[in-house]
Design a protein. Structure first.
Length: 323
């Protein structure tokens, strides 16, 4: 794998982002889309937290399971940032990225620890079922079942069911956006949704998809491989895959968008933010220049990752302070 200095977007990147890409190129790992899903999961797991900052200390964590509608026991990890005070904590359901195909609790452990530390809220990281073994809409159903379970039973974990939020990156951002819509329709109140470079459109045909078709980090072959595993072409205009196509967006929880400038998904993130604004939803959009998809997990190398974590912490802290 050679360093893509010939690509038009190379000059747009920050020096630190270029350094990360150069190191990735020197490592010489095969692209994930050339592997089986199982091998891709293993490869992603090995490198997913290499550039994360040191994980902060928390009061406790708990690995347990909660039930899906078909009886499947979904693994979750609960992150509690502070010692018990007798008062229930607000909670964030976190949904990991990975194209609905790779990733899990382990690959996003440091990110979730930082989220709990920065917000003072409990974080529940969910391992929803993935493609190709479990295709659309299983991930949607699993994540909704988890949110509904927290709303009903969160008090058993000293969580405040009246102060819930959803968050996720990439495919997890898509799922978080969908959950916000499902929660509105079910009358389940959410305080916030945090969408970190989410996918929102049915067809990958925006200018940013064309501009960054060859990366950095996320490329067209990679996106095609993920979506081919997850969902047939005939179903891709279902708004539960493409929330930009949802008929009505009014009444959903306030949203924070964390977007990377040099990312195929940036245009659809901005488009979804614009639609939410037009529907009267409070929106905060943070666009980080010169960085690529996955940047939020590169805090050891990129100051933009640190800034993004700070923005998320401030947004959720304020959201949970609202009555």
């Amino acid at each position: 794998m050679s360093t893509p200095t010939h690509e038009p977007w190379w000059a747009e990147l920050t020096p630190a982002m270029r350094s990360v890409l150069e190191r990735m190129a020197r490592a010489g790992h095969p692209p994930l889309y050339t592997l089986s899903a199982q091998k891709a999961r293993q490869a992603y797991s090995l490198g997913s937290q290499v550039l994360e900052e040191t994980a902060p200390e928390l009061a406790r964590t708990l690995d347990t399971r909660i039930p899906a509608r078909d009886g499947h026991a979904m693994p979750v990890r609960l992150y509690v940032p502070q010692a018990a005070t007798g008062q229930a904590l607000p909670a964030v359901l976190y949904l990991h990225g990975g194209g609905f195909t790779i990733g899990g609790i382990g690959t996003h452990d440091v990110l979730c620890r930082r989220l709990a530390h920065n917000t003072g809220a409990a974080v529940v990281s969910l391992e929803y079922r993935m493609a190709p073994e479990h295709r659309f809409p299983t991930a949607v159903d699993d994540t909704w079942d988890a949110l509904a379970w927290l709303a009903r039973h969160g008090r058993a974990w000293e969580l405040d069911a009246g102060r819930l939020a959803v968050a996720g990156d990439s495919a997890g951002g898509t799922l978080a956006a969908v959950l916000a819509l499902l929660a509105r329709d079910a009358g389940l109140p959410l305080h916030a949704q945090v969408l970190i470079y989410p996918g929102t459109c049915a067809h990958q045909d925006t200018p940013s998809h064309r501009c960054y078709a060859n990366g950095p980090v996320l490329s067209k072959p990679m996106i095609d491989w993920f979506f081919d595993q997850y969902i047939p072409q005939a179903q891709r205009e279902d708004w539960r895959f493409a929330p930009l196509l949802a008929p009505e967006l009014d009444g959903v929880a306030p949203a924070l968008f964390v977007l990377a400038e040099c990312d195929p998904l940036v245009d659809e993130g901005i488009a979804y933010a614009d639609r939410l604004r037009m529907a009267g939803v409070p929106v905060q959009l943070e666009l980080f220049r010169g960085v690529a998809h996955e940047f939020i997990k590169m805090g050891r190398a990129l100051r933009e990752a640190q800034q993004a974590h700070a923005a998320i912490g401030a947004f959720l802290h304020e959201a949970f302070a609202q009555e």
